[in-house]
Design a binder for this molecule. Structure first.
Ligand code: SF4
Length: 613
């Protein structure tokens, strides 16, 4: 009988070029579950929060959850954790696809990379056979080229098992702070962790595994999974005829527009004229979608393969997601669907976060329109709505060409470089996602308090605030909702599940699968307490890194300039109405520092919450 964990962590020292296999600490996973929780705990214990994120002292942790690879609906995720070069805070980003499951099948819950290789390498894992292989010939290659070359080199379909590859593209090699780690077009995108991988001269990880995952009660687990898959099949949003399957995440476009919560022209407005016309998901389905695609064990299959044929924007690849459409499109004032999809393809190939890339280009467009960036500096007309420039700028960021060298540092540093940091839109130096903080108060509080900077997935408030117009602009009750959403997301991220179907599985469904797989027999409150523990553990890392209450905020425009259009017109983010209550609910003092009682209740009282205490 197993417990859903592989029971081993692979520790790779890139400086020495060696590795060892360590036993998974089961006491630790009972407290931090796995995935994001376990990765954050390892980071806290092993990395000084004040290290240079791009120095060899930072560690890069790939870690799966107990439900990864089990067959649980959407149990495909792996999490990457390191100190972020974009924010200086804890960085984490997760990805779907197949690599997470493959890593479990090979017998590892995670990999910890330490140090820095002298020359480019990639890690090959073939069950128990581990090897660091030269990767100089892969340096400079796109993510797809890297994937194909490694598979050709290792011989794909060995014993009928596919090789799964996770890699960086040119953007990660060139240490772009908005670079993403790519797994067959799925991206571990946020917080710039591909730059950490690039700083270690680690080009890729290639994994093949044949061992499967041993569960506490496999028969009962499979029966529960079958029941849940039935629920998914007939679900109006996530089922075979549901909007998420038919349109993908782009299905949210009309909802965002109706709520007045789109990031129009660098968040200067909340509605966009093309959202229900040129960028309509049905139009996309009819003109650019080739087929739907899903991650390992996902009954939803929200992803899609697309093709663009418009002159100058020809291409073939994956996407676009809602965030890509919004940030490379609406945020840049671009309504040209094929240009947006093309820019998304470039992000995939270069290994760039489409959210941060889109917002950074939009930030540069605003700087240009205000006269802070000249034509000569931009190298082109960089006005809002200029589809050609948006696509070209994406390529330049990936290669650090011309002004792209500055933009590759992210929006905050771009705005600062041109003397106007106030133009930056985001939190903790990370670019704001598509959900406008002035139209969605809970989302705004989530951005301000997220441990990794402006992040829509740290508290999935859009599902609460999008559907009913008017609820987004309300602050009452939001601190409690945000706190709960943050802890639930921490549990989901740590279990190895995708966040999207949380509203179908519900916390009770996640608990059921978790218990059947691990045999831990947790009560719901224990599982949710683990979520709260994980959140506080991340907070402690940030406090030790020097973050304070002053960092629990978003850009000034969100707080002071009323939204000029749409149903949320006249609103600003009323953070002051929510933050004190949020701190109180968290058991933190008025400076946002966890009380001794709270740390004791969470079993974190062995650590001090800041260097000053
Ligand atoms: S819902 Fe979409 S992103 Fe999530 S696991 Fe399924 S296919 Fe992947």
């Amino acid at each position: 009988m197993g417990n859903a964990y592989a029971g081993q962590i692979l520790r790779v020292n890139l400086t020495k070029g060696d590795w060892k296999v360590e036993e998974l600490d089961m006491d630790l996973v009972r407290r931090f579950i796995g995935g994001r929780g376990l990765g954050g705990k390892i980071l806290f214990d092993e990395v000084d929060p004040n290290v240079d994120p791009l120095g060899p002292e930072n560690k890069l942790i790939f870690v799966t959850g107990p439900l990864t690879g089990t067959g649980a609906p959407t149990g495909c995720r792996y999490m990457v954790v390191a100190k972020s070069p974009l924010t200086g805070a804890i960085g984490y980003a997760n990805s779907g696809g197949y690599l997470g499951a493959e890593l479990k099948f090979a017998g590892y819950d995670g990999i910890i990379f330490e140090g820095k290789s002298e020359k480019p390498v990639y890690l090959s894992i073939d069950d128990d056979e581990i090897e660091l292989k030269p990767a100089s010939h892969l340096w400079g290659k796109s993510s797809t080229e890297t994937d194909e070359l490694i598979k050709a080199e290792l011989g794909d379909q060995w014993r009928g098992v596919d090789t799964r590859v996770s890699c960086i593209g040119p953007a990660g090699e060139k240490l772009s702070r908005i670079a993403a780690i790519m797994t067959e077009n799925s991206a571990a995108a946020r917080t710039g962790l591909a730059a950490v991988m690039g700083s270690k001269n680690l080009k890729a990880i290639a994994v093949r595994g044949t061992k499967g995952v041993r569960l506490a009660d496999a028969e009962s687990f499979r029966a529960k999974v079958a029941e849940q898959v039935d629920v998914f099949r007939d679900h109006p949003a996530y089922g075979q005829f549901g909007t998420m399957h038919v349109y993908g995440t782009a299905a949210g476009m009309a909802l965002g527009n109706v709520a007045g919560a789109l990031p129009t022209r660098h968040f200067s407005g909340g509605t966009f004229e093309a959202a229900e016309a040129e960028l309509d998901p049905q139009l996309m389905r009819e003109t650019t979608t080739v087929r739907q695609k899903g991650c390992f064990a996902c009954p939803i299959a929200c992803k899609r393969v697309s093709k663009t044929t418009a002159p100058g924007f020809e291409g073939h690849g994956e996407g676009p997601e809602f965030e890509t459409l919004c940030l490379l499109g609406i945020c840049c004032g671009v309504n040209n669907l094929q240009a947006i999809i093309k820019a998304g393809f470039i992000c995939n190939e270069m290994g760039l976060d489409t959210i941060s890339t889109g917002v950074t280009i939009a930030c540069a467009m605003e700087l240009y329109e205000r006269g802070y960036i000249t034509d000569a500096e931009a190298g082109c007309k960089l006005n809002f709505g200029n589809a050609e420039s948006m696509v070209e700028m994406t390529r330049k960021i990936g290669l650090r060409e011309g002004i792209g060298d500055i933009l590759a540092e992210g929006a905050y540093r771009t705005a600062e470089k041109f003397g106007h940091p106030e133009v930056f839109i985001g939190a903790k130096k990370m670019e704001m996602p598509a959900h406008h903080a002035r139209g969605l108060q809970g989302m705004g509080l989530g951005y301000a308090t997220s441990n990794r900077g402006a992040c829509h997935n740290s508290a999935m408030m859009s599902s609460h605030e999008f559907p009913a117009i008017g609820t987004g602009t309300v602050t009452k009750g939001k601190p409690q909702m945000v706190k709960h959403a943050q802890e639930l997301a921490a549990v989901v991220d740590s279990c190895g599940l995708c966040l999207f179907p949380t509203g179908v599985l519900m916390q009770e469904g996640i608990l059921l699968l978790f218990n059947e797989a691990t045999g831990f027999n947790f009560e719901l409150k224990e599982l949710m307490l683990a979520g709260e523990r994980i959140w506080n553990q991340e907070r402690l890392f940030n406090l030790k890194a020097g973050f304070t209450k002053a960092d629990d905020t978003v850009s000034r425009r969100m707080l002071e300039e009323p939204l000029p259009d749409g149903p949320a017109e006249g609103n600003v983010l009323r953070l002051g109405e929510m933050l004190p209550e949020y701190y109180q609910l968290r058991g933190w003092n008025e400076d946002g520092i966890p009380s001794a009682e709270k740390l004791a209740a969470l079993g974190l009282d062995h650590v001090k919450s800041s260097n000053k205490i």
